[in-house]
Structures are given as structure tokens and as C-alpha cells.
Design a protein around this ligand. Structure first.
Ligand code: AMP
Ligand code: ZN
Length: 493
């Protein structure tokens, strides 16, 4: 018996706008695709929030016992500067500015992406395919869409014919837009473009001579449109219809709308059963974004090298901060919010440490099985991590009461409490417990303070050879002593 057979998971499907009971296509298996980063710059904390929301979802699905194939792509070609069909490729532009190869840009920022996600304790996806590795699959889909009559070629480019598609299917159903309204709003733009309609989007773009990222095709040298890679890679690895497609809220239109259109035009049916959209991280009330400069890099938070926060914060504290909001709510980053999360994180971890030393009794004052189910109920209700965390703190309250001798717990309940806390804190929320390193640094502090005391004694006895020996040998180990008005302090390099 797997946990998913005992629990009823409901998720908000952006397509219906409703909370729906989750039922995968193949029992026990889940196929999930999430749009990955365009690797032309360092990931900021906003990007990390979206990926972290899906890491939590991936973790919970696995925890329930599902075998999850999680595909998260790397966009290494085709994403143009203006997000529409004009302008330079984001990666090629960066390569031109830095005078390096586009694939050097891709490598640099893919490595950065993995490094940052690793520090946040992300689980790696099952497959991480690239757009440039799937040009052939993308060409096949274009041919199929052309054959079915939902695309047209003009001057070496191929565009998706949105109006034609809308005669049979429904363009705009995910984002709740009507094609007629879109057309009415963009009438004057129509004449400037080679497209039949401004709503049409590129499946393939002809490469101008200066465009360095180019591939041969039946329509001449060019490159794929941004939306096509996700259709090609999700279909290849998860099938024509799969369970979950996720991404940031800002990708709903046009990116995901176009993905639906491409898949329906080529296969004749809807590609995804559940569309999930994660909400944005803001700073000073505005969306965190690369383009506006309103952003902070995770590394700047971990090191404290920034002008926004009063101190460094660890990856686990930042992760805990993110998990305190529901993934569909906007979350605003601030120093006060991070300070509060840090306190909460330590309270949770301290209680977890105290748990193993609790004395047990023949009765329990705390209904542990009931509390455990409440934790599941929270996660089953569209992955409600803030409610889950509230229940975990309910657990903390009882741990502290039992520790103080004001409540009792049986040994069976204690084991269940420990297992449940561990499952949700570490496996589902993905937090890390750095006690050992904390304890090590506490020990180091104690040892150095003892040596400082011995050095002070030696100095007051005018035993300078001993006091110098302590200072010099510590310095050789990378521990610098600094004598000041308030006494001696130390720093570790
Ligand atoms: P990009 O690399 O621009 O394609 O973005 C990668 C992912 O980050 C997409 O899923 C975006 O929706 C997401 N994203 C961008 N900005 C934010 C933000 N401020 N908060 C949350 N997610 C974001
Ligand atoms: Zn995508």
C-alpha cells in the first residue's frame, strides 16, 4: 500500500481555475514538465522561487509513493530578447557582448544554475534536456503542423496560424483571453510584420546572416521559436498527453498558451491534464526581474554581500522563508521577513533535536496520529506549505511541553512524531539541518576563546614566548586574533 492510495491530493488546475482531485494517467506514475531557465545570466532569487515550488511538489509526489518522471529543460536557444518573435537571441546577445561563444554562455550559466539549486538542496530532475539537443524533434513538429494546415511559410520563416487554429480549437483557454479581443487590440500592428496576424507566433525563424545560432531546415537556415522546444521535449519524454505542466505565472501567456496550440495542432488533443502556475517573488512590492535590476542573487544573500539585507542568511533559512507562503501567492522579500524566518527555522530545528531525548510514558496527552493526518491534509490541499508549517509548530509546542514535563507521550507516539517531523521538514520541505557544522563551530569558538584566555594569562605573567606562540600558531591555521578595546576577538579565514 502506497501513501497516495490513502491520501486524496487536490491541485489547482490553471486550465479550469478549480481545485481538482489529482488522478495520474498511469496509476502510481506521474509525468511532470517544468519550463526551465534561459541560461544567459545568473539565476536570481525570483527564478529560484518558481523552481523551488516545483521541487517541493516533486518531493511531495515522491513522498506519496509516486514514481515521478520530472523533466525540466534548459533553454539554450530560441528565446529572443523581447520574448516575442523579434530581436536577438538572448544567449547570442550575451555572447556578442562578452566576445565568447554562445555555448560558453550556456555552460557558464548552466553551471551557476546547478550550483545555486544544489545549495538550496534541490533534487535533480529526472531529465534535463536542452533546446539545441532537440532541433530534429522540433523540425518534425513544424512539418506536422504545416501538413495539418495550421502554419504557413513565408520568407524562410514558419508561423503558427492562430486564427485558423481557433476555428477548430480554442486559442486563449489557459489564460482566459479571447482571440477576437486580442485582434481588436493589435489591429494597427498588423501591417508592419510578415505574419498574417500579430497573434501568429514563430515556429521557425529565418536566420539573418549575423545570427550565429542557426540550423539547416527545409525552409533554409534558421532557428526554432521559443515555445516549440517545450512541446518537443515534453512530448518526447512524457508522451502526447501527460499529467502535470508547471512554470511561473508569467509564462501562462503567451508561452504555455502557444505550447497547448502547438500540441493540439499536431496531435489533435490537449497535451496536459493539470497546469500549475507558481506565483512571483517580489522585492519592494515589485516583481523580481533581471531586466529591471530589482533583483538579488542567492549568492549575495548567503554571503551577506548586498545592500538590501542586514546580515547573511543560509540557504535553508531562505528556503524556509519561501515555504512559508503558498506557491500560488505572491511573496515579498524583506529583511524583517527573513529575520522572522530565521527565528522560526531555528525553533523548528531545536525542537527536532530535543525530540529524541523526550522521556516516554504509558499515555499520550497529544493526539499524534490526528496531528500527522492534519499535516497530510495541508499538503493534500494544493500543497499548502504555510498550513503544514503551522501544524509543524503545533508539534513543536507539544515537544516543548513534554520536555518540560507538562505533557506525556508514549514511545509509539514519540516514534511517529519523530518520523512525521522528519518526513515533512526534510523530505517534503527540503530543509537541511546543519547541526553538526553548528556544533563544530560552537566547539571551535570555545577552543579559541580558551586559548585567548591562556594567552592573556601568559601576557600578564610576562611570558611573551607563550603568548606569541599561541597567536602565531593560530594565525598559521588561518585564525587571526585581533586585540581591541573590548578585549581580543578572532576571525577565521
Ligand atoms: P527565465 O529564465 O526568464 O525563462 O525564467 C525562468 C523561470 O523563472 C520562469 O518559470 C519564470 O516564470 C520564473 N520567474 C522569473 N521571475 C520570477 C519572479 N520574480 N518570481 C518567481 N518566478 C520568476
Ligand atoms: Zn516552456
Amino acid at each position: 500500500m502506497q501513501l497516495y492510495q490513502e491520501q486524496t491530493l487536490k491541485i489547482t488546475n490553471s486550465l479550469s481555475g478549480k481545485k481538482e482531485i489529482f488522478k495520474p494517467i498511469n496509476e502510481g506514475h506521474v509525468g511532470m514538465y517544468v519550463c526551465g531557465p534561459t541560461v544567459y545570466s545568473n539565476v536570481h532569487l525570483g527564478n529560484c522561487r518558481t523552481f523551488m515550488s516545483f521541487d517541493m511538489i516533486f518531493r511531495y509526489l515522491r513522498h506519496l509513493g509516486y514514481k515521478v518522471r520530472y523533466v525540466r529543460n534548459i533553454t539554450d536557444a530560441g528565446h529572443l530578447v523581447d520574448d516575442a518573435d523579434e530581436g536577438e537571441d538572448k544567449i547570442a546577445k550575451k555572447a556578442r557582448l562578452e566576445k565568447i561563444e554562445p555555448m560558453e554562455v550556456v555552460q557558464r550559466y548552466t553551471v551557476d544554475f546547478h550550483y545555486i539549486l544544489d545549495q538550496f538542496n534541490f533534487l535533480p530532475p529526472s531529465i534535463e534536456p536542452t533546446a539545441t539537443g532537440h532541433i530534429i524533434e522540433q523540425l518534425e513538429i513544424i512539418k506536422e503542423i504545416l501538413e495539418k494546415g495550421y502554419a504557413y511559410e513565408i520568407n524562410g520563416s514558419v508561423y503558427f496560424d492562430v486564427k485558423k487554429f481557433n476555428d477548430t480549437f480554442e486559442y486563449g483557454k489557459l489564460s482566459g483571453r479571447k482571440l477576437e479581443d486580442m485582434i481588436a487590440n493589435t489591429r494597427e500592428l498588423a501591417a508592419q510584420s510578415e505574419k498574417k496576424n500579430p497573434q501568429d507566433f514563430a515556429l521557425w525563424k529565418k536566420a539573418e546572416p549575423q545570427h550565429i545560432m542557426r540550423w539547416p531546415s527545409p525552409w533554409g537556415d534558421g532557428f526554432p521559436g521559443w515555445h516549440l522546444e517545450c512541446t518537443a521535449m515534453s512530448t518526447k519524454y512524457l508522451g502526447e498527453t501527460f499529467d502535470i505542466h508547471g512554470g511561473g505565472m508569467d509564462l501562462k501567456f503567451p508561452h504555455h498558451e502557444c505550447e497547448i496550440a502547438q500540441a493540439e495542432a499536431s496531435n489533435g488533443h490537449s497535451p496536459v491534464n493539470y497546469w500549475l502556475h507558481a506565483n512571483m517573488l517580489t522585492m519592494n512590492g515589485k516583481k523580481m526581474a533581471k531586466s529591471t535590476g530589482n533583483n538579488i542573487l542567492p549568492g549575495e544573500i548567503f554571503s551577506g554581500e548586498n545592500t538590501i539585507l542586514s546580515k547573511p542568511f543560509s540557504p535553508s533559512v531562505v528556503r524556509f522563508f519561501m515555504m512559508q507562503a503558498h506557491y500560488t501567492s505572491i511573496l515579498d522579500l524583506s529583511n524583517d521577513a527573513l529575520l522572522a524566518s530565521e527565528k522560526g527555522y531555528h525553533r523548528l530545528m531545536d525542537a527536532f533535536d530535543n525530540l529524541k531525548n523526550l522521556e516516554t510514558d504509558t499515555i499520550s496527552d497529544f493526539d499524534v496520529p490526528g496531528w500527522r493526518q492534519k499535516c497530510y491534509d495541508a499538503m493534500n490541499d494544493d500543497f499548502n506549505t504555510p498550513i503544514l508549517i503551522a501544524h509543524l509548530f503545533e508539534g513543536v509546542k507539544h515537544i516543548n511541553l513534554i520536555k518540560e514535563g507538562k505533557e506525556k507521550i508514549t514511545s509509539t507516539d514519540k516514534d511517529l512524531l519523530q518520523q512525521t517531523m522528519s518526513d515533512f521538514i526534510f523530505d517534503v520541505l527540503g530543509l537541511e539541518h546543519k547541526t553538526e557544522s553548528n556544533q563544530d563551530s560552537n566547539k571551535l569558538q570555545g577552543v579559541v576563546e580558551l586559548l585567548i584566555e591562556l594567552r592573556n594569562e601568559a601576557r600578564s605573567n610576562r611570558d611573551f614566548s607563550t603568548s606569541d606562540k599561541i597567536r602565531d600558531q593560530l594565525s598559521a591555521m588561518g585564525i587571526q586574533l585581533k586585540d581591541g578595546k573590548e578585549g581580543t576577538t578572532f576571525s577565521v579565514s
